[in-house]
Design a protein around this ligand. Structure first.
Ligand code: CAA
Length: 302
């Protein structure tokens, strides 16, 4: 009759119900882009306050996306915002968050112990079919996956900030990730509108492996007094075509993030000079100058 039976891999490829663990800037962005493309999304957070925060981030960003898509057609813009938002729900219960989930994307802070605790609980609560992924930007996917039984159903999905704007998605496979899992992750990445690149489970994958040492070298340049911060940023914008200079970008992503990543890699790979922590970066972080989010980093935002 021409109707082909579902194979397990075609079921895997039809990811419809997605769970996002962590409703911060990255988690909210991932939830938003999935919902924009028709997925049913559940955000798992630790409190109602955190869920409210996620709702606010998504509300603001959806407004910007709607304006871009529908310009002066306010009715269509409103419909888009309402329909997208209606596909996103929140919960603080693990069981409820994953009971119907095809894919879980974890986007909590970069703490291996916390990620292990979360994935152990998810592994117990989620159906056998559910795929797991981490949005970690610097930790080993293999190490994160070490606590679950479904290592073949585990991979990395690394998004970029701001998620609704940045087109790239890095898709990472470990030695244990099965072909059908990897194909399903690639198909989902494409379905939510991202351009996907493949990478092995190596420190920083592609983008951060290049970007983090590049930013560190810009800070070393500033430390040595080779050039002013403004000129370093202008140079890379106009001389290399980057949308933001390295110091501006560091303020945007958070200096604490950069220092955390470098320190972690330096500990693991002490012989690699590219990963050597930079004093000025550490000093600014110690002073609470973390970038835009605290009003002061390399630049003042107050
Ligand atoms: N949600 C929805 N839309 C957003 C948005 C958000 N959060 N942020 C920006 N936009 C939209 C704006 O509404 C605007 O839309 P229009 O073109 O319709 O006006 C558009 O994006 C451009 O924004 P702005 O005009 O405010 O400013 P801009 O042109 O300078 O762009 C930027 C802002 C997209 C952030 C751009 O500067 C950029 O690409 N910067 C580099 C960002 C980057 O490198 N990110 C990667 C960081 S590394 C990382 O994330 C990895 C990690 O693990 C740490």
């Amino acid at each position: 009759n021409g109707i082909r039976p579902f194979s397990s891999s075609s079921v895997n490829n039809a990811i419809q119900n997605v769970t996002i663990v962590g409703g911060g800037l990255m988690g909210s962005g991932i939830a938003q882009v999935a919902a924009q493309k028709g997925n049913n999304v559940t955000i798992l957070e630790v409190s109602q306050d955190q869920l409210k925060n996620a709702q606010n981030i998504i509300g603001n960003s959806l407004g910007r996306v709607a304006k871009k898509l529908y310009k002066d057609d306010t009715d269509a813009a409103q419909k888009f915002v309402q329909e997208t938002a209606s596909r996103i729900k929140g919960t603080t219960e693990v069981k409820e968050a994953v009971e119907n989930s095809d894919l879980v994307v974890e986007a909590v802070i970069e703490n291996m112990e916390l990620k292990h605790k979360i994935f152990k609980a998810l592994d117990e609560a989620a159906p056998a079919k559910t795929l797991f992924a981490s949005n970690t930007s610097s930790l080993s996917i293999t190490e994160i996956a070490s606590v679950v039984n479904r290592k073949d159903k585990f991979g990395g999905l690394h998004f970029f900030n701001p998620v609704p704007v940045m087109k790239l998605l890095e898709i990472i496979r470990t030695e244990d990730t099965s072909d059908s899992t990897y194909e399903a992750l690639l198909a989902w990445g494409k379905a939510i509108g991202k351009t996907c690149v493949k990478c092995k489970d190596t420190p920083g994958f592609i983008v951060n492996r290049l970007l983090v040492p590049y930013i560190a070298e810009a800070v070393r340049m500033l430390e040595r007094g080779d050039a002013s911060k403004e000129d370093i940023d202008i140079a890379m914008k106009l001389g290399a075509g980057y949308p933001m200079g390295p110091l501006e970008l560091s303020d945007y992503t958070g200096l604490d993030t950069g220092v955390f990543i470098m320190e972690g890699w330096h500990k693991k790979f002490p012989e690699n000079p590219l990963f050597k922590p930079v004093e000025l970066q550490k000093k600014l972080v110690a002073e609470g100058k973390l970038g835009r989010k605290t009003g002061q980093g390399f630049y003042n935002y107050n």
